[in-house]
Design a protein around this ligand. Structure first.
Ligand code: ZN
Ligand code: ZN
Length: 246
């Protein structure tokens, strides 16, 4: 193996997120992913990883790696992206986080149903519990819980005017235990980012055209969770950059 550039979009919502479109199914998303020359994607539904198996299987057919991931909304309404080494660990985290969450029934008439699907885009379950909410845990407790699993902790879209660390807290707590931050829209704002954390760029795609609009390029041995972990820390010559820096 040798280091080379791979294209990653680590922030994509599937049909399980109430805010995504019907098109965000495994076959369609992976077809779009291939069209956009991406090598690895993260399916980051709100508080659930249940669509990971379908995307993972479909990804294998297309030669594209999928990482199990969850986007959490903390009590302060800060969005966190968590990338797990294994699906099993992500599932265990999901169970824990849902114990600390309000149980609101999804009013299907108001939003698109939240669908768990199989790799052939067939709906196998409709999630009745609304997945978009704030968990009843503050940011530091969510991170502490996440750290009991093998996961990478990334502050989502830190330069957005809503649901970001800066919009909700106004500052980055100096002792915050994160692996990286995600910048939306390639705008490297003047926000203070500690130099010991990695930076990723993601599209936060809720529909097909948005997939790959912002891409992280990783200089790694292969597109895997472990290599991403090393790249976030610039270990062994590994790097991350935004795609249009090439
Ligand atoms: Zn978000
Ligand atoms: Zn998102």
């Amino acid at each position: 193996m040798h280091l080379q550039w791979y294209n990653l979009d680590l922030h994509i919502h599937s049909v399980l997120s109430p805010c995504s479109t019907w098109d965000m199914s495994p076959k369609k998303v992976l077809m779009e992913t291939r069209k956009k020359s991406l090598d690895m994607i993260g399916i980051t539904d709100h508080h659930s990883v249940r669509n990971y198996p379908a995307f993972c299987e479909q990804g294998k057919l297309c030669g594209i790696r999928v990482i199990p991931a969850i986007e959490v909304q903390t009590k302060e309404e800060v969005h966190l992206l968590l990338y797990f080494r294994t699906y099993r660990q992500a599932l265990r985290f999901e169970v824990e986080i849902l114990k600390n969450s309000p149980s609101i029934i999804d009013e299907v008439s108001a939003i698109k149903p939240q669908c768990v699907v199989n790799q052939d885009d067939m709906v196998i379950k409709v999630e009745k519990r609304l997945l978009l909410f704030s968990v009843d845990l503050p940011l530091h407790s969510v991170i502490k819980l996440a750290r009991t699993y093998e996961t990478l902790v990334i502050l989502a879209h830190i330069n957005r005017p809503a649901f970001s660390i800066y919009s909700q807290l106004g500052f980055l707590p100096p002792d915050i235990d994160i692996d990286g931050v995600e910048i939306y829209n390639y705008r490297n704002s003047e926000l203070l980012i500690p130099h010991n954390v990695g930076i990723i760029y993601g599209s936060d795609a809720h529909d097909l055209p948005a997939i790959g609009r912002f891409v992280t390029q990783a200089w790694v041995n292969e597109p895997t969770w472990e290599e991403l972990r090393l790249a976030l820390r610039n270990i062994g010559g590994r790097l991350l950059r935004r795609k249009d820096d090439s």
